[in-house]
Write a protein that binds this ligand. Structure first.
Ligand SMILES: N[C@@H](CCC[C@H](N)C(=O)O)C(=O)O
Length: 257
């Protein structure tokens, strides 16, 4: 048996097991990762993230969903790994890191982490919503009374519909609160449940709200707290997209594998 040190982080309630894997000793086994993320039989989390060395930036982010599979970009996980890399003294105030969708910049500002997301040059409009990729694929639908909305059942049905079943999609429901504030709840692919917040999801929701408007920022309420998205629109493309919000270390532990 081998003992592995892990840390638990949460970013607006989206929670992750974090492991410093700069020595490449962690076994990347999806059965093990799924067991570690299990909320009854394991540590419990929405995903697991490894910090590894990267030749062209401060570190590499390797992200797994709670189902044990390596997946596309995680925005809240990206903010949490920045807090973790700072805790590990990998950088001081600003950093760059590589993730599955390319190079990201990030900054620590007081109690929050600002993470630069990839540019978004295409938003498709369907009969009941929008589809876009903010590092991960997202469906965004505007609804009323989101507090009482059946996010799990409706999200699961869309994620498993014929159009999206094969590759999967994250499903975000949005209620407009006012011109500068929206409320978002997300059914996440790979967790196959509603999570308290999804960083690439709120970014997707924010861009659908900001498109064709003069405004360049919006505040987003989630079940786990408040996030902000800043973005510029240039010739039909969203550039300089920044996701801002808190990311906190919750505990440290050891597991035997
Ligand atoms: N929690 C996430 C999204 C993680 C990826 C997602 N589950 C997928 O597989 O697409 C976030 O904060 O962005």
């Amino acid at each position: 048996m081998k003992s592995i040190t892990f840390y638990k982080y949460q970013g607006t309630g989206n929670d992750f097991i974090m492991i410093d894997n700069r020595n490449l000793e962690f076994p990347k086994n999806s059965k093990l990762i799924k067991e570690m993320c299990d909320r009854r039989f394991g540590i419990g989390s929405d995903g697991l993230i490894l910090v590894e060395n990267d030749p062209e930036s401060d570190f590499q982010m390797v992200y797994y969903n709670a189902d044990g599979n390596e997946s596309t970009m995680c925005g809240n996980g990206g903010r949490c790994i920045v807090a973790f890399a700072s805790f590990l003294n990998i950088f001081e105030e600003e950093c760059t890191f590589n993730a599955v969708d390319g190079l990201h910049e990030a900054k620590i500002k007081n109690e929050t982490i600002l993470l630069k997301m990839k540019d978004v040059d295409h938003i498709s409009e369907t009969e009941n919503g929008f589809v876009l990729n903010t590092g991960s694929p997202h469906f965004v639908q505007y609804v009323e009374e989101l507090g009482n909305f059946e996010v799990f059942n409706e999200g699961k049905a869309i994620r498993n519909s014929e159009k999206f079943r094969e590759n999967g999609i994250n499903v975000n429901f949005v209620e407009v609160q006012d011109e500068n504030k929206i409320f978002v709840r997300t059914y996440e692919r790979g967790v196959e449940d509603e999570t308290y917040s999804c960083g690439t999801g709120v970014t997707a929701a924010a861009l659908t709200w900001l498109r064709n408007k003069e405004a360049d920022s919006v505040q987003i309420m989630t079940l786990g707290g408040i996030l902000s998205v800043y973005a510029e629109q240039f010739q039909g493309t969203f550039i300089n997209i920044w996701l801002e919000g808190p990311a906190k270390q919750v505990f440290k532990g050891e597991i035997l594998i």
